[in-house]
Write a protein that binds this ligand. Structure first.
Ligand code: FES
Length: 321
């Protein structure tokens, strides 16, 4: 499906915490924006050809604005610096409709929400939703220091302030993340949600597995690749199932680049295995997955792959295109 964009106006921008800015985006004509559910994100065209994903952190009941939080990343992949330094109130941006790969499970008996740094954005939205509908949950929010923890005022003023525990890297040991204790003995029907830096997500996933959390009850949202997804690999071939065309994929080029160059349209957005826009069904062959979009179980099925960064373990892949 071709990515469709809508124009929005930057209605407000403010400093939320050290190196974190909030932006409010509104319809230029003042109409309601498309509805969304907690955990959703939008693709934002930060500059021509530069697309980044930002979670929506306002309440889903509010339709006149979308709020996003942007962290200035020291080793920036480009998007956050442009957003913070160059995008101003009154500017027009193009965004996608909201997409949700990080949905709350409505049948959960209890929700354990874990946020690290700017990963608080979807988690905050989830906490507000769970609080509004009276579902049991607790939220744990880790940051390097109080000054770098965004949305503390909003959390303090919320109805769920008492359900939020902070864990600061520069604070006393007793308040630091203790994942072994936090994830011990998963309650029947409880679901776990984590969003934050790759290191935190990996640690949570590893500990959850060791403590017996079933994979289906563990949900995570990555914002950036964990490893160098663009690492080169060997050459292989790709066959388009509908046309029978076969393309050589050299070791130093992504599948998307070769296919797009040859007129085979592949929708892309992040181009680094995070967003899932280029996810494609695999009919034959074995992919070499380099993305963080799919779960390990999904990757092991080898029936879908992200064409922007993944490669092949077999000599040929047949794609359902
Ligand atoms: Fe985002 Fe491929 S374009 S995963």
């Amino acid at each position: 499906m071709i990515q469709s964009w809508m124009a929005v106006t930057v209605a407000a921008k403010w400093r939320e915490a050290e190196d974190v800015f909030s932006f409010e985006l509104a319809d230029p004509q003042g109409r309601d924006l498309p509805p969304f559910t907690a955990g959703s994100h939008v693709d934002v065209e930060v500059a021509p050809g530069l697309v980044r994903q930002y979670s929506l952190c306002n309440s889903p009941t509010r339709r006149d604005r979308y709020q996003i939080g942007v962290l200035r990343e020291p080793v920036s992949r480009g998007g956050s610096t442009v957003m913070i330094d160059s995008v101003a109130i009154g500017d027009t941006l193009r965004i996608s409709e909201p997409k949700n790969h990080f949905e709350l499970e409505p049948s959960a008996s209890h929700s354990l929400l874990i946020a690290g740094g700017i990963g608080v954005t979807p988690i905050l939205c989830m906490a507000e939703r769970l609080s509004n509908i009276g579902e049991p949950f607790e939220m744990h929010y880790g940051a390097r220091s109080p000054a770098r923890a965004a949305f503390r005022d909003r959390i303090a003023a919320s109805a769920f302030a008492g359900k939020v525990s902070y864990h600061f890297d520069d604070g006393p040991d007793a308040q630091k993340f203790d994942l072994d204790a936090l994830l011990a003995s998963p309650a029947p029907g409880a679901h776990l949600y984590v969003c934050g830096p790759g290191g935190l997500i990996e640690a949570v996933l590893k500990t959850a597995k060791a403590k017996g959390w079933p994979d289906a009850r563990v949900h995570r949202e990555f914002f950036a690749p964990v490893a160098d997804t663009g690492a080169p690999g060997g050459a292989f071939q790709v066959k388009i199932a509908s046309s029978g065309q076969v393309f050589d994929i050299p070791g130093d080029q992504p599948i998307t680049a070769v296919l797009i160059e040859n007129g085979v349209y592949i929708p892309t957005s992040c181009e680094e295995g995070v967003c899932g826009t280029c996810l494609t069904r695999v009919l034959e062959g074995e992919p070499d997955h380099r993305d963080v979009y799919q779960t390990p179980d999904e990757q092991a099925r080898n029936d879908h792959m992200t064409l922007c960064c993944s490669r092949a373990k077999s000599a040929m892949l047949v794609l359902d295109l």
